[in-house]
Design a binder for this molecule. Structure first.
Ligand code: IMP
Ligand code: MG
Length: 181
């Protein structure tokens, strides 16, 4: 599987270091929230499973988690096919502080749709955190509070990101060889 990777763009060590920094930034912002208000992390599955697991362990606050599933790169797609939300959305978000967590910001459609769905549930605040952001206009123009890394406009896998549901378990983030696609 490792042999399917063309170039490693971000090593596991850099990922760990950056998540620690992101965690400190987010934790210090969440510190302003009074203790009787609730904080809910909303990770967008499946891509953010590994990221959210590492990130949430950097947050010392009392938090809940309510997952959402969205898909825009079904199967062997390497370009967006339009966002679909699957399964139930976290229901009781009214009056709560929500932190949406996603793996990568590309067209921005997922974050836009998820933010809209969450807004309808009347949260007190909504923040967005992504591990990766492609340096393309659509992504850079999408409002986002916390970004791990800005990367070139390439299809990447690893650390939760998939191609046809494979490669999520790679600890580093990299590009795939043509022959593997
Ligand atoms: P957006 O809605 O176009 O911003 O795309 C976001 C979603 O598409 C992400 O949550 C990923 O699941 C998927 N995605 C976008 N770019 C990549 C990539 O380079 N590799 C793997 N998945 C990607
Ligand atoms: Mg995803």
């Amino acid at each position: 599987m490792r042999s399917d990777i063309d170039t490693i763009l971000i090593s596991r060590d850099r990922i760990a270091e950056r998540i620690h920094e992101l965690g400190q930034m987010i934790a210090s912002d969440l510190d302003d929230i009074s203790e009787d208000e609730e904080i809910v992390l909303v990770p967008i599955l499946t891509g953010s499973i590994i990221f959210v697991a590492d990130l949430m362990r950097c947050l010392p606050q009392k938090i809940r988690i309510g997952v959402m599933t969205a898909s825009s790169y079904p199967g062997k797609s390497t370009t967006s096919k339009g966002v679909q939300i699957a399964g139930v959305l976290p229901s009781d978000l009214e009056g709560k502080h929500v932190l949406i967590v996603d793996d990568i910001l590309d067209s921005g459609n997922t974050i836009r749709l998820v933010r809209e769905e969450i807004r309808k549930r009347h949260p007190r605040s909504v923040r967005v955190c992504v591990l990766l952001r492609k340096t393309i206009t659509s992504a850079m123009d999408t409002p986002c509070d916390y970004v791990g890394f800005d990367i070139p406009d390439k299809f990447v896998v690893g650390y939760g990101l998939d191609y046809d549901d494979y490669y999520r378990n790679l600890p580093d983030i990299g590009t795939l060889k043509e022959a593997a696609m």
